[in-house]
Ligand binder design. Structure first.
Ligand code: FE2
Length: 258
């Protein structure tokens, strides 16, 4: 497993991401916003106890994610950082790719702090704190997944070729965002796009999406479509596969064969 790349990477983040890093003004959330969070979590959890990967559910309790109010990032990080070196860092919105990769390399997950309104519980065009924290952050408590994601950031930060980055973006999409795993006798979700969207989960759990065994070759050749429900996703049987796939992708990129 990788060591936590704190000192050098933190400097990198301070340079590249400083304009985007902000702080979570936890006291500014309204009672209604806490209530929207509670409703979102309650709705999702009824299904996720059955539909989510065990590692996600374990991560959820390890980081102490609250169900009844919005998460205070400081409190989450106090439980997450000692475990894997990751933290959820508040940012102002979408980051340019280099800044995003550098944050991942430093084990800082860029996290929006705004929350969708009650009129848009199912869908937001841009990620909010429900997608970023409820969807993503529990998996960062899993040591192998945590190492994979940091390594992904380090490799991508060192690559300038847009075609190679597009291919690596597919690996991110079909794991971090829309990953599924075979366990407990069925397909379980761990990608944030599935965890945080009832519609996307229904599409997969309802059998409307083909599930192939995870193959790096097929993932790299499957374009991402952001404007329709998935017709094909890829199931790992253990998270080592994702970790190993990233290292194989790195080797291929170094040889110019990605
Ligand atoms: Fe995401």
């Amino acid at each position: 497993m990788d060591a936590f790349p704190r000192s050098s990477s933190s400097q990198l983040v301070a340079v590249a991401c400083a304009p985007y890093v902000t702080r979570q003004d936890f006291a500014a959330y309204s009672v209604d916003q806490h209530s929207v969070w509670a409703d979102l979590v309650e709705r999702a959890f009824e299904e996720l106890e059955e539909q989510a990967a065990q590692e996600y559910l374990e991560g959820f309790s390890i980081i102490g994610l609250p169900r009844d109010r919005l998460p205070n990032l400081e409190a989450i990080n106090a439980r997450l950082e000692p475990r894997t070196g990751w933290n959820a860092t508040a940012v102002t919105g979408f980051l340019p790719a280099p800044a995003f990769f550098e944050m991942l390399a430093a084990r800082r997950f860029p996290t929006t702090t705004w929350l969708r309104g009650r009129g848009a519980l199912e869908y937001t065009p841009e990620p909010d704190i429900f997608h970023d924290v409820f969807g993503h952050v529990p998996m960062h408590a899993h040591p192998i997944f945590a190492d994979f994601l940091a390594h992904y950031g380090r490799v991508c930060a060192s690559i300038g070729d847009a075609g190679v980055l597009e291919k690596l973006g597919r690996l991110f999409w079909y794991t971090v965002e829309f990953g599924v795993i075979r366990q407990r006798g069925g397909i379980k979700v761990y990608g944030s796009g599935l965890i945080s969207s009832h519609g996307e989960r229904l599409n997969v759990m309802g059998g409307h999406c083909a599930i192939h065994d995870f193959s790096l070759d097929e993932v790299l050749e499957t374009p991402v479509k952001v404007d329709e429900l998935h017709k094909l996703l890829f199931a790992v049987s253990r998270f080592d596969q994702v970790y190993e796939a990233m290292h194989e992708a790195e080797r291929r990129a170094a040889r110019g064969r990605l």
